[in-house]
Design a protein around this ligand. Structure first.
Ligand SMILES: Cc1ncc(COP(=O)(O)O)c(C=O)c1O
Ligand SMILES: N[C@@H](CCOP(=O)(O)O)C(=O)O
Length: 513
């Protein structure tokens, strides 16, 4: 039997069509430009949460969550468990996403959730190790009895502001019947991030360094999905968080860290999430709506603050210029996944719980965004959003100050070093803690990347401390050798979809898949 939380519809659709999990994952983006969502969020009782789920390992928990969204008729229990176990066997921590408890001392419930123990040292690995195996699983099944020349091949096209790219490449390198093209903005990612992507020699991988911003890259990727001819010729697949499987795989760590922070008991918990494309925090929204008793999800942004502005004003407005900040992976003007939240808000507060009407409203909003550069959401919907979310904007100066401050005051461990994205989150957490002044609440601040990936910001904050050394205290051996490896990349002179399509087709022809 397929339950209502195991089918998917587009956020912009006003008809009854739904898709299976496999179709939603392989297609990536809906043909009307919307994102796939499960219109029904499955519910987990408190009894189940605190008497069963709180005792599970990360992998067991991932299985319990995923099976609510994936019908057994699509992925049988044994296969899903195998996919999950293989995906997390590549992590350097047994806990997969360990929680550093009481980082600033035992009288402060400030916990840092380290999400960077996967192959590329970024939170994206939690989802992309799984997504890579999932693509392979579906393709192997589709191609099982087909002759070589009829096999379905997937051309993955993704945009990155630094971290998704390498995590997608490491999730998909060497996989049969898949090629991967990653677009990134030239000069706007850190040297280590660039090395991680461009030193992967596997034939099915190609990076494209595009003269422009991350938003230009993301717009090109979405336009490629909308290009019917190109898409049907090449079966374009998505690794960005527009792909529902990315969000699904991230839900696990909200449950897992909640239980770690509270020792498996119900307690007041707030999550603080450094946000850009809104994929990470959206997974927290799903966890909350499934029944995890979370007080608030706090959106922490850098100076590119469309999300913070929206929650404060109700206007979703694209600004003209992206600011280059010290947390570059969050230098994003338009947050793709915000559309998924807007659909749930539209349905609950403006469409009397009617799925089709919600699709119509979201479609109108995004048409307005395209033509007028903004849209306004009613105060009822914003008040609804504020029941679940709070937001804070953090400047570059505050980011540096927070790295410094935590290095000085941390007790568990001493001299704890944050990456600048995590620092945006920790700065927001400290602000919220000061406002709340409530020692009984637990604050889980998501650490989205390893500090080694952002040497400039970390050194700027810490190089005045005589005992500090980036090489010794921060840089893992594995990343040291990247600079010595040969690089494979292709420049695209202008952020132009036609130039990108030509580059993809030329490189595809060279790959013997
Ligand atoms: C290190 C880091 N932190 C935070 C974010 C923001 O996450 P999201 O885009 O899911 O909001 C990103 C990129 O997405 C990232 O790479
Ligand atoms: N910060 C991201 C931007 C892409 O976001 P995604 O989560 O939608 O893939 C990155 O590091 O590339």
């Amino acid at each position: 039997m397929v339950s209502p939380s195991q089918v998917y519809r587009s956020t912009r659709s006003s008809d009854n069509e739904v898709k299976s999990f496999e179709a939603a994952v392989i297609q990536g983006l809906a043909s009307d430009g919307g994102l796939f969502i499960p219109p029904t969020i499955p519910q987990v009782s408190e009894d189940e949460l605190f008497n069963k789920w709180s005792k599970l390992s990360f992998q067991e928990l991932a299985y319990e969550i995923m099976k609510l969204y994936i019908s057994e008729s699509e992925i049988p229990e044994k296969d899903l468990k195998d996919l999950i176990n293989r995906s997390y066997s590549t992590f350097r921590s047994n806990d997969v996403t360990p929680l550093v408890k009481n980082t600033t001392g035992s009288s402060n419930n400030l916990h840092v959730l380290e999400l960077f123990h996967g192959p590329t040292y970024a939170f994206k690995d939690v989802a992309l190790q799984f997504v890579g195996n999932l693509f392979e699983y579906f393709l192997q099944r589709t191609n099982k009895d087909l002759p070589e020349n009829e096999r379905k091949q997937l051309t993955v096209v993704g945009a990155t502001s630094g971290d998704t790219g390498s995590a997608a490449i490491y999730g998909l390198r060497g996989k049969k019947d898949v090629s991967v093209f990653i677009l990134y903005p030239t000069g706007r990612i850190s040297p280590i991030q660039e090395e991680q992507m461009t030193t992967v020699a596997d034939e099915n991988v190609q990076t494209l360094s595009v003269k422009g911003t991350f938003d230009n890259c993301q717009d090109i990727v979405k336009a490629i999905f909308a290009d019917k001819e190109f898409n049907s010729k090449h079966n374009v697949g998505a690794v960005n968080s527009i792909n529902w499987a990315r969000i699904l795989a991230q839900i696990t760590y909200y449950f897992y860290s909640y239980f770690q922070a509270t020792n498996g008991k119900k307690n007041k918990v707030k999550f603080v999430v450094p946000s850009g494309n809104f994929g990470d925090i959206l997974a927290g929204y799903f966890a909350k709506k499934m029944g995890l008793p979370v007080e608030k999800l706090v959106i922490a942004t850098n100076e590119n603050d469309i999300l913070d502005r929206f929650l404060k004003s109700g206007t979703y407005e694209r600004s003209d210029e992206v600011a280059a900040t010290l947390s570059p992976a969050m230098d994003i003007l338009i947050s793709s996944n915000f559309e998924r939240l807007l659909w749930f808000l539209a349905r609950e507060y403006l469409a009397s719980n009617d799925d089709l009407k919600a699709g119509e409203i979201v479609n109108d909003w995004f048409n307005q965004l395209k033509t007028e550069g903004k849209f306004q959401v009613s105060s009822t919907a914003i008040e609804g959003a504020l029941k679940d979310f709070d937001s804070e904007r953090v400047s570059n100066e505050e980011t540096i100050e927070t790295i410094k401050n935590i290095y000085q005051i941390s007790e568990n461990p001493k001299h704890y070093i944050l990456d600048p994205h995590t620092a945006v989150g920790v700065c927001a957490t400290q602000r919220i803690m000061a406002k709340d002044n409530d020692a009984s609440t637990h604050y889980i601040s998501l650490s989205t990347a390893h500090p080694a990936k952002f040497a400039d910001a970390v050194n700027q904050a810490l190089s005045s401390f005589p005992e500090y050394s980036f090489e010794k205290d921060v840089l893992p051996e594995e990343l040291k050798k990247l600079s010595t490896l040969p690089k494979k990349l292709r420049f695209v002179e202008k952020a132009d979809i036609e130039l990108v399509k030509v580059a993809i087709e030329e490189e595809l022809a060279k790959m013997k898949l």
